[in-house]
Design a protein around this ligand. Structure first.
Ligand code: FAD
Length: 413
């Protein structure tokens, strides 16, 4: 059987945020870029709350204007409710970063806009085509389009941005289990929530359930629809022996802040569930290939870091691919993998501190030095590479130092 061979400078597997930003960046530099995407767009994917660092990365690649114009809900911060305390972070109250807002986005719309921009900048999109094999020796991937035709994509460099598809980790034996506990998210979209009437209207609200047994995200969109998800350990979910919808109902109605906000809500989608979403890789890079976004490591949804890390890694990969293709020496382990791990590890410490209660201890102390609030706000804004921030330099010891500095106070909402 004849297999059509398609040659380009760069092959990108996956048209999510990581793939689109890399494609846009490289196409603008004049490279031939093939983007191969399995799922027909627009397509749903979970992960709807962005961070200000996303806006900065999109701006750097000429992709922000379209997003600004679309009418997404402006997200100015994050609000955490726990133990009768409300802790609010306004992203503009940071340690000096320029972007102090972001967006709440329906990913089917956001990702579609980004992919279209990547094409407008000159990338070629192979829609509804699934990559099924990859030969790292020749940087050649094999795929199948929706008519069942086999296609062979040969490139000078290949980027795996296949997200939950995890193409290279699976095909090259690079998958590694995450060191985080197995958690599940049970989620839907609703209308009719009672939104705050102040500047926190567009904020993400996080409500802690019970004794830190679960938490709830409430992400408001600009069309009146709101995304609501419950996150807990798989163990906790199983104790109740409930199906997704009654479990979601039970958690919402028994969590005071969320119950109030969602008292008149109507579900507009079936309640779905994703479990065991955390993932890791043995290595992010190889000879003439690398991985970006969720195809590398995914931690946890609690600080909405996924799209930020996807855009950061897609952008970084594109800059290094450019240098590699120009024949410059690039230390991929150091300049790419170690760089990405630095930011991921800051989020990792925040995620661990959220679940083991250290961060909640900081949050529930209402009278905190402004310096600490701003440092936390910057991290929550996705600025996890800025060495001016104490949490970036050494996240573990900074967390301990902050905890020892502040004394618990009680305050109620
Ligand atoms: C419960 C939960 C809640 C989350 N909430 C947030 C949040 O609020 N904010 C946030 O920033 N992040 C959140 N995330 C994370 C977010 O979903 C991801 O980090 C983000 O989508 C990663 O982007 P990506 O570009 O790497 O991959 P994706 O967006 O998954 O895109 C990958 C693309 O690759 C395509 N693909 C897969 N396999 C193949 C193949 N074999 N061939 C061709 N194409 C292929 C897919 O169809 C897909 O379109 C959440 C995650 C979970 C699990």
């Amino acid at each position: 059987m004849h297999v059509k061979e398609i040659v380009s400078d760069v092959l990108i597997i996956g048209g999510g945020p990581a793939g689109s930003i890399a494609a846009a960046s490289l196409a603008k530099k004049g490279y031939t870029v093939n983007v191969v995407e399995k799922t027909p767009f627009p397509r749903f994917v979970i992960g709807e709350s962005l961070l200000p660092r996303c806006n900065e990365l999109l701006e750097m690649n000429g992709m922000l204007e379209t997003i600004d114009k679309h009418g997404f809900m402006v997200k100015r911060g994050a609000c955490f409710e726990m133990d009768g305390v409300r802790e609010t972070y306004n992203f503009s109250e940071n340690i000096g970063q320029v972007h102090g807002t972001s967006y709440q986005v329906k990913r089917e719309e956001f990702d579609d806009l980004l992919l279209k921009q990547a094409v407008a900048f000159g990338s070629t999109l192979y829609e509804e085509t699934e990559i099924t094999a990859f030969d790292p020796e020749t940087t050649t991937a094999t795929g199948r389009d929706k008519e069942g035709n086999s296609l062979r994509f040969k490139a000078s460099f290949a980027l795996d941005a296949s997200g939950y598809g995890r193409v290279f980790p699976r095909l090259l034996g690079l998958d590694e289990p995450s060191d985080l506990k197995v958690r599940s998210a049970v989620f839907t979209r609703i209308t009719g929530d009672i939104r705050p009437k102040d500047e926190t209207e567009g904020y993400i609200y996080i409500y802690v359930h019970g004794n830190n047994d679960a938490w709830i995200w409430v992400i408001p969109f600009s069309d009146g629809v709101t995304s609501v998800g419950v996150v807990c350990s798989e163990e906790y979910f199983s104790t109740f022996g409930l199906e997704n919808e009654p479990f979601w109902d039970m958690i919402i109605t028994s969590t005071p802040g969320a119950a109030e906000r969602l008292a008149n809500a109507t579900k507009i989608l079936p309640v779905g569930k994703i479990e065991g979403y955390s993932a890791n890789v043995k290595s992010m890079v190889g000879k003439n290939y690398c991985m970006a976004g969720n195809a590398t490591e995914f931690l946890d949804p609690v600080f909405s870091s996924g799209v930020t890390l996807a855009l950061e890694s897609g952008n970084r990969a594109a800059l290094l691919i450019d240098r590699t293709l120009k024949g410059e020496a690039v230390d991929w382990e150091n300049e790419y993998a170690a760089y990405m791990m630095k930011g991921i590890n800051v989020f990792r410490e925040f995620v661990s501190a959220w679940y083991d209660g250290r961060l909640q201890s900081i949050f529930t102390v209402t009278e905190k030095p402004e310096k600490i609030k701003r440092a936390v706000s910057s991290i929550l804004g996705g600025y996890v590479w800025d060495d001016r921030n104490i949490f970036v330099k050494n996240p573990r010891s900074a967390m301990a130092a902050v905890l020892s500095q502040i004394t618990p106070t009680s305050s109620t909402i």
